[in-house]
Design a protein around this ligand. Structure first.
Ligand SMILES: O=C(O)C(=O)C[C@]1(C(=O)O)C=C[C@@H](O)C=C1
Length: 312
C-alpha cells in the first residue's frame, strides 16, 4: 500500500506480519497499536511471523505472555535463535484484553460438542469452563484461535466448537456464539512483543507500554569442558543475574538448543530504575541502551554468554 508522506511524495507503509487469519487476538493487538500506519501481512503460525521479519517486511507481532496461562512457549523457543539480537530485535510490547467465546456451527448445542479447537493458550485460559461444561470433549490445538473458528465454520460435522474472539462470529459464515467470557478469570490480558529488523529505526507509531525503559537479554551459563581441571568452575545463573546490576522484571527459562542434558537459555527482561514517565528523548534512549550494553558486558566478564535481543 502507498500513502502520501508529509512532503506530499508517495511513501510505502512499513509491512507488519501477524498471526492470522483475520480475527485473531494478534490481529486485534496489531490494529490497536498501529491502526492504518502499517501494511498487514497474514501468517499462519507464530514461527511464520518470526521468520518473515527482514528488510522487506520489517515488523512482526509475537504473543509473549498471558496473565492466566503464562508464557507463550512457541515465541520463547524462537527467541533462542541466534538471529535474534543480530537481524531481528524486540522493540516494544503491547497488551490486549482477551475475552474468549465458544463458537459453534449454527444449531449446535452444548451437549452436542465432542471436540474443542483453539490455540493452546486459549484452551489453557478456558480450562475451568471446559472441565465444568465439556469435560469429555477432545481438545485440538490449532495454530490460532481464528484458524479454529474458520475450521469449525467450514466443517460439516456439527459436534465441534472453537474458542476464539467474538468477532470471529462475524468473519466466518454459519457460526453462533454459544458462550461469552469463558476464560478462567474475568480479567485476562495477553502481552505481545513487537519485533523489528532494526535495533533503532523508529516504529511507525511510538508505543507507550508503560513509562519505563525495557530490555531483553538472553543469558546462557558456560559449562567448563567435561575434562577440565576441577578448579575451573562455571558462574551459576544467579551470579550472572547479579552481574547485570539492573532490576529484572521477568525471567523465562527454555532448554538450550545446544547438545547436552538440561542446559538452559534464560530470557531476562530488565527495566530502567532510573527513568520517570518522561523517557521520551533520544538521549534517554541512548543512555538506556548503553546501560544495557554495559550490563551484558558484565555478564560476559562474569563468565556467561549474553546477547541483547532488544531495548525499548
Ligand atoms: O490465536 C490467536 O488469536 C493469537 O493471537 C495467539 C494467542 C497466543 O498465542 O497467546 C494470543 C492471544 C490469546 O492469548 C490466545 C492466543
Amino acid at each position: 500500500m502507498v500513502v502520501l508522506a508529509r512532503n506530499g511524495t508517495a511513501a510505502e507503509l512499513p509491512k507488519l506480519a501477524f498471526l492470522g487469519p483475520v480475527g485473531t487476538y494478534s490481529h486485534q493487538a496489531a490494529h490497536d497499536a498501529f491502526s492504518s500506519m502499517v501494511e498487514y501481512h497474514v501468517r499462519q503460525t507464530i514461527a511464520d511471523v518470526f521468520h518473515s521479519v527482514d528488510a522487506a517486511l520489517p515488523l512482526g507481532l509475537l504473543p509473549q505472555e498471558n496473565s492466566i496461562f503464562g508464557t507463550v512457549t512457541e515465541t520463547y523457543d524462537l527467541l533462542r535463535s541466534p538471529e535474534v539480537g543480530k537481524t531481528k530485535f524486540i522493540r516494544g510490547a503491547v497488551t490486549l484484553s482477551v475475552r474468549h467465546c465458544l463458537l459453534v456451527r449454527k444449531g449446535t448445542r452444548l451437549e452436542d460438542i465432542k471436540t474443542i479447537l483453539s490455540h493452546e493458550q486459549a484452551l489453557g485460559q478456558c480450562r475451568s469452563f471446559i472441565e465444568k461444561h465439556l469435560p469429555g470433549a477432545a481438545l485440538v490445538k490449532m495454530a490460532s484461535t481464528a484458524a479454529a473458528a474458520e475450521t469449525v465454520s467450514r466443517n460439516s460435522a456439527a459436534d465441534a466448537a472453537a474458542i476464539c474472539s467474538k468477532i470471529c462470529a462475524g468473519l466466518f459464515s454459519d457460526l453462533d456464539i454459544l458462550h461469552e467470557g469463558i476464560q478462567n478469570e474475568n480479567d485476562n490480558f495477553t502481552r505481545f512483543y513487537v519485533m523489528s529488523n532494526s535495533p533503532v529505526a523508529p516504529l511507525p507509531v511510538p508505543l507507550s507500554e508503560d513509562c519505563v525503559g525495557h530490555g531483553l537479554i538472553r543469558i546462557e551459563v558456560v559449562r567448563p569442558p567435561a575434562n577440565s581441571r576441577p578448579s575451573v568452575t562455571c558462574s551459576p545463573i544467579m551470579q550472572l543475574l547479579e552481574a547485570l546490576q539492573l532490576p529484572v522484571s521477568r525471567i523465562d527459562r527454555r532448554p538450550s538448543t545446544q547438545p547436552g542434558r538440561f542446559e538452559s537459555v534464560y530470557l531476562v527482561e530488565v527495566i530502567d530504575d532510573d527513568t520517570a514517565c518522561d523517557m521520551s528523548s533520544e538521549s534517554d534512549e541512548v543512555d538506556w541502551a548503553r546501560r544495557i550494553q554495559n550490563a551484558a558486558r558484565r555478564v560476559r566478564e562474569a563468565g556467561g554468554l549474553a546477547s541483547i535481543l532488544g531495548t525499548w
